[in-house]
Write a protein that binds this ligand. Sequence first.
Ligand SMILES: [Ca+2]
Length: 333
Amino acid sequence: NPFCHRSLLFVLLELSLVCCDITDGNAEHLKREHSLTKPYQGVGSSPSSQWDFSGSTLVTSSYVRLTPDERSKQGSIWNTVPCYLKDWEMHVQFKIHGSGKKNLHGDGIALWYTKDRLHSGPVFGNQDQFLGLAIFLDTFRNDLHGMDRSFPYISAMVNNGSVSYDHGKDGRSSELGGCSAEIRNRDHDTYLAIRYSKGRLTVMVDVDDKNEWKECIDIGGVRLPTGYFFGASAATGDLSDNHDIISMKLYQLMVEHTAEEENLDWTKIEPSVSLLKSPKDNIDDPTGNFRGTPLTGWKVFLLLLCALLGIVVCAVVGAVVFQRRQERNKRFY
Ligand SMILES: [Ca+2]
């Protein structure tokens, strides 16, 4: 029955559209004041500019180069407008490339949501003991004892200003989660997404030219205030790479909060993470995941999707069988 097939196809198509809305940024909710896109007009050049930069950063019309492929460089780019959104998703297109052979390149890029901006320092070109969130795209293994993970390695850290990033250990003692990802010298575009919503921090990567997000970090109990700044920084040492930002696009997530939550002063929140285990204990967990975390929205959605598909298939099969029987009945009587 072609009609049934067509309607089933239509349902599937509609479901796939719903599905893709969840991670693909909805253009309607793109926040231009927090986004950095080609050709970066007015970046850094005027007092009304929404982004400014420092150090080795070079802005061209097709990329923002935080560092060139040269030794001992540091550069950063920062949004000048504080972000007051409670739920957001940042999509970053980046390109890390250079002439260094395997393991002879570094150090990587850090993406920031922090209280302070434009303070250069030792953490991928930014200050240590920061307040807020950092996502590290670490391309160089400093800790030769940490051979259980491959590099480049992406990790997350939340800091209330009291913790130092341990470069010698690639930040392992303070990391909340992470994953390995081939993000260097790729011929295709590479993307990373950071989602913060209702205390849940999710980092996804799209680096295999498959146009799909792969989960890297997903943790709950993360508290971040509003009113912080987005930024990106990079550094080279004895080894180097070109660290380029192609775009940073911030999307507002439409999420409902309770009246109690709405009445809170979100700018007064201290950055923190409430873990069942301390980040240090996480070292013993070879998967790098926290056990016993509840199903994420994504997983619940997929389960529901499967259930819904099951119902649709049953209904279609049932309808076809019923129709066949009716026809047979007609023929026999
Ligand atoms: Ca490192």
